[in-house]
Design a protein around this ligand. Sequence first.
Ligand SMILES: Nc1ncnc2c1ncn2[C@@H]1O[C@H](COP(=O)(O)OP(=O)(O)O)[C@@H](O)[C@H]1O
Ligand SMILES: [Mg+2]
Length: 273
Amino acid sequence: MDALRLKGVGYAYSDGTKALDRVDLTIGSGERVSLVGPNGAGKSTLLHILDSLYIPTEGELEVAGIQVNKKTAPQATMRAGLLFQDPDDQIFMPRVWDDVAFGPINMQLDEQEVRRRVDRSLALAGVSEYAERVPHHLSFGEKKRVAIAGLLAMDPEIYLLDEPTANLDPASRRALVNVLRSLDKSIVLATHDLTVAFELTTRVIVLKRTVLYDGDFRGLMARPDILAEANLELPSIPRLMAEWKARSGLDFEVPTTMDEALDLLDREFDRRG
Ligand SMILES: Nc1ncnc2c1ncn2[C@@H]1O[C@H](COP(=O)(O)OP(=O)(O)O)[C@@H](O)[C@H]1O
Ligand SMILES: [Mg+2]
């Protein structure tokens, strides 16, 4: 069964703003995809829809096999978990530990299991030392990691992540990528950070009110028109290698990761002796 299926999905806010139009998308169970696009593209709106918090004003949505409408939305919401773009929309308990425990308690897990999940999730998100702190007093990046811990503690079937690495320091970002990579779940990752997207997913969806591109990164790199239309910039490694290719006249497939780039450079240096 697919995790998410959208057919002709549109969404208009009550003031008439049409945030999404004719979105067709299928995301398999256990599949990881990146969702990219300029500010105002509808990424956050789409994630709210995928969490059944907003009901599409047009088209059809299926979440884990559930056809979403007003009646089934609460049931569908349980299958997915949304990391909000702004952690202040997510965190509301006066103590970090209790905030992370809120979801598991709500899932009616027993006390021991709640404690196990909370402590483990705090550790995975690298925020164990804040367990007793007041969330409101933490920095944005710290709050974001607390919110991530809250999601990990619930461990939904479908993770919906709205710019999870924004404002994280490089080490925290790396740690989060490793945690996400270890999850055996469906993940939709909205991000402006193509480096993170490259590391975590091969499929990328470019959104600008509708789907502009749905495919792998290699295909996207070959579409400068779409990159420009979506205000995207390639990460430094593929950008450097693409520039080198253009200047040198050499013929090679542009590498996307550091390892691929190093292999290519080694081969080229060997060839030249
Ligand atoms: N509550 C709202 N009422 C009216 N328009 C909204 C509301 N929230 C978002 N929008 C508009 O919907 C569009 C998509 O916004 P959003 O989904 O937040 O984009 P993104 O996350 O890609 O930056 C934008 O034009 C935004 O101004
Ligand atoms: Mg957004």
